[in-house]
Design a protein around this ligand. Structure first.
Ligand code: ATP
Ligand code: MG
Length: 482
């Protein structure tokens, strides 16, 4: 203390640059150790650690302009406004945040009054979305504790403990307890620019521990999707799931069956299209969470990962990861097409045996079977199932290159995806597809004459011929009697 007072006095007397530096140094000493204070959040005492401005890595140049606009507007209107969740967590570990989530004491209707570009969404969990073109800033009102006396309009729980409605508002410390993982409960306050940690998230970030807040089993029963979030964050953040948080997962994995298929579609996008899809997939399997999401595919997987289906999924995910990590576009359709390919082949063969259909017709029906089965758990939107079918169709067409066929298939809108898919299958099966793939590689890089020569080679040296079509039947004479 004496040293501090001495530094400040000398700084004061020195004035100018040296003086200012000395005073800043003294301030730094005061702020270096985080402040720990105890607050009461409704039911229990929790410790709050505060890292003052400058003592943490969150700076405004790391936040999006839109997130800052929303934070400032709330603050200037007299509300509390904090950045929370992935936005703060990712900055702490040196990753670029995917999106920015904001927490406030303003209720959704009050938020709506402040922003003309605001839309209120969600029944189970009411949120305000502030829209800036394609960028969406999510603003959530502090959640509070549920009690048995609560109004059904704001809070509702199923017999199994699942939260059907979670719209009870509370204080920031209560809000922190209702968040999922400790590392997701760090709050950056726009008012004092400090980071508030209510759940031990800073220590867990340091030790790379992913830990649920509260009793893990209760929290998973409230919302089984938290099991998927545990896996996603463990892979994305390269963290260990703490033993208590990991323990109930296998036991409770089947609870995912009660989650609406539309929500699971959104979650699987986050699981597999985050640049760490392969690591995420391996963890899902390790924790028995793949089965409830992909029951049909799961039947074709083996313990030692030796089936074609196992290999295909791993190669498709590794490709997807490397495309994402080099900034290329990806479509979830490709991944779903790959996951379901070997089950689809098996379903088609079953159809051939059971109903004596030819393979092509059986394949068409099997496509419906495979997709109908998958959308029961994961509601893949129609625009993606259309692409999945295209990719599958092309697998039948790509080997048939005679005559005008190659040219036609090459013009197909999804040729590239179909070809990439074929290339992956060839890699796994190591059969006649290897030759087909090589032929298509040559075809794509050849000029017009080169393309013709490649087709001739397929036709045994003859030029591409028009297919012999059966002469069209003459149309039947129209009966003109009115
Ligand atoms: P991402 O990088 O994927 O955006 P995130 O942690 O920000 O990760 P979001 O889904 O954007 O995840 O949610 C924002 C925050 O809301 C989370 O950090 C967490 O605090 C809270 N949250 C989200 N989903 C849940 C949930 N199911 N249960 C409890 N808290 C949740
Ligand atoms: Mg987020």
């Amino acid at each position: 203390v004496i040293f501090l007072i001495f530094t400040v006095i000398v700084g004061w007397m020195a004035k100018g640059f040296i003086g200012r530096s000395l005073i800043r140094f003294a301030e730094g000493l005061v702020q270096r150790t985080p402040v720990v204070r105890t607050v009461y959040s409704g039911i229990k005492q929790i410790s709050e650690t505060i890292l003052a401005k400058g003592k943490h890595p969150v700076t405004h140049n790391l936040l999006s302009e839109n997130a800052l606009k929303v934070l400032y507007r709330l603050h200037k209107s007299g509300y509390q406004a904090y950045l929370v969740g992935g936005g703060v967590r990712d900055i702490f570990i040196g990753q670029e945040p995917k999106d920015f989530d904001i927490a406030t004491n303003a209720e959704p209707e009050q938020v709506k009054k402040l922003f003309h570009n605001c839309r209120l969404v969600g029944r189970r969990f009411r949120l305000a979305h502030i829209l800036f073109g394609r960028d969406v800033i999510e603003v959530a009102t502090f959640r509070g504790h549920h009690d048995s006396e609560q109004n059904q309009k704001t809070s509702k729980q199923s017999d199994g403990g699942m939260l059907l409605r979670d719209n009870v508002y509370g204080s920031i410390s209560e809000d922190a307890e209702r968040r999922d993982f400790t590392v997701n409960a760090l709050y950056y306050n726009i008012a004092d620019r400090a980071v508030y940690d209510f759940a031990g998230g800073l220590a867990d970030l340091e030790n790379k521990q992913l830990r649920l807040i509260g009793d893990p089993e209760t929290r998973y029963r409230e919302d089984p999707v938290r099991m998927l979030r545990a896996i996603r964050f463990a892979a994305k953040l390269d963290m260990q799931i703490s033993p208590e948080t990991a323990e109930p997962i296998k036991r409770l994995a089947s609870l995912l069956q009660s989650i609406p298929a539309a929500r699971l579609f959104e979650e699987t996008l986050k699981l597999f299209l985050n640049g760490k899809g392969l690591a995420t997939y391996k963890l899902l399997r390790q924790y028995d969470l793949f089965q409830p999401l992909f029951p049909l595919v799961n039947k074709f997987l083996t313990e030692d990962g030796s089936s074609n289906c196992d290999k295909f999924i791993e190669i498709a995910l590794a490709n997807t990861d490397s495309r994402i990590n080099s900034g290329k576009r990806v479509t979830p359709a490709y991944l779903y097409a790959a996951m379901l390919w070997y089950p689809l082949e098996a379903l088609a063969e079953e159809r051939v045996i059971d109903s004596g259909l030819n393979y092509q017709d059986a394949m068409l029906l099997a496509m419906n079977d495979a997709l109908d089965s998958q959308i029961k758990t994961i509601a893949i939107p129609r625009r993606f199932t259309a692409t999945i079918r295209d990719i599958w169709h092309l697998q039948g067409r790509l080997p048939r290159r005679q005559g005008k066929r190659a040219e036609k298939v090459f013009e197909h809108l999804k040729f590239r995806a179909g070809f990439d898919f074929l290339e992956m299958r060839a890699q796994i099966q190591n059969d006649e597809l290897v030759e087909v793939t090589q032929w298509w590689r040559d075809y794509q890089s050849a000029n017009a004459t080169g393309k013709q020569n490649l087709v001739k080679a397929i036709n045994g040296g003859k030029p591409a011929q028009k297919r012999n079509r059966r002469p069209k039947k003459k149309p039947a004479p129209r009966n003109n009697q009115a």
